[in-house]
Design a protein around this ligand. Sequence first.
Ligand code: UD1
Length: 416
Amino acid sequence: MGSLSIKGGRPLNGEVNIQGSKNGALPLLTASLLISGKTVLHNCPRIKDIDAMAQLLKTLGCEITFEKNTITIDATQICDTHCPQKQVQAMRSSIMLLGPLLGRCQSVRMNRPGGCVIGERPTDLHEAALQKMNVRFETAPDTITAYTEKLKGADIYLTFPSVGATENVIMAAVLAEGVTHLKNAAREPEIELLCEFLKRAGAKIRRIGENELEIRGVKCLHEVSMKVMPDRIVAGTYLLAAVATKGQVVLRNAPCRQMDSLIGLLRQMGAGVLADHDILYMDAESAYLPVEYVQTQVYPGFPTDLQSMLLATLTVARGESVLEETIFEDRFKVVPELRNMGADIREEGRRAYIKGVSFLRATHLTAYELRGGAALVIAALAARGESTIDGAHFIERGYENICRDLQCLNAEICLQ
Ligand code: UD1
């Protein structure tokens, strides 16, 4: 298990290419189970979460090959619908196997993915929606067992626009009998990507207004290839790191149109941002203003996955900011580590009150989860002196090579 060593205190400067999206690729991997043949995904990030999902698909019978950033999944032979405990519990997104396995094999058994450090993470919305589609669940505290004689289209209203539940319903509905209307569906860009992927494979999906989807079941899907879009959270991480260090950066292959909420906020902080197709230019030399109030929201609001990184950046703004987390109940785990660096943060329920300090102190830090780990990288880049961050494997779950990328931006960072 590695640690990162970072010499902070100098502005990020340079150009970096943005990797493919983790949350875009993961549902496409699970959706490949619906296709009795090959799925080819280009621009797939080489990260731990994708490796873990690929392993899981292998245990179900898929053949998988990786060549650079192209992954090929051959799901012609699915021999098992029992997802092994170790892999399911290692990765929360294994819940996204429910819809595809029910669609392809009419049954699934897995351990409950369970809570994680950022919050409880229940699966009630997934289960309630699938029950409406003629799925029966056997309830047990630790396992999810579900089966159906035949998936049936249904009218479903999600009480919260959960990303994962929306993806599961879509994946279950494409091969179901009849029509599914999904209301209050999530509208994150990753949902659009999944719909586009399935439509290319022959599914019939139509968006009705902003929050509703209509899915007409078809008999089968055919082989498909798709390019995974760039990762908006990785792009946001590097922009926030540049603000924290008052740098000037260019992001290539950036998902500019998916980043409006962050770009608006960066401008409020004083950064000059220019988006030109998939290139994003940012001058953050005078981006030191605090943010009066910002809350995390579902898309197109400010993403919860960037909350910790914004928090780290605001610790060195000139003034007080208020940041509210509305999606996950326990996502301020990084605060004690930031305080060890001299940050002035007060937590009150789901709000963090951040008083900017003139500098952070380099120190020995520990990452406990993916995005909190990325936030510590930002803080260490802004701090004077050399910091080490243990738990680098958490960061590797979502960043292909954070050292390579930040070195492109002239940072002194390496994995030890
Ligand atoms: C996905 C993303 C994750 C991101 C999150 C919110 C992937 C692989 N992960 O996670 O990075 O942080 O969206 O944008 O794409 N909830 C329930 N019951 C349910 C399901 C969810 O109460 O059955 C609650 C959750 O506890 C949470 C909120 O809904 O408070 C949002 O969760 P959801 O949108 O489902 O997130 P994920 O799909 O797990």
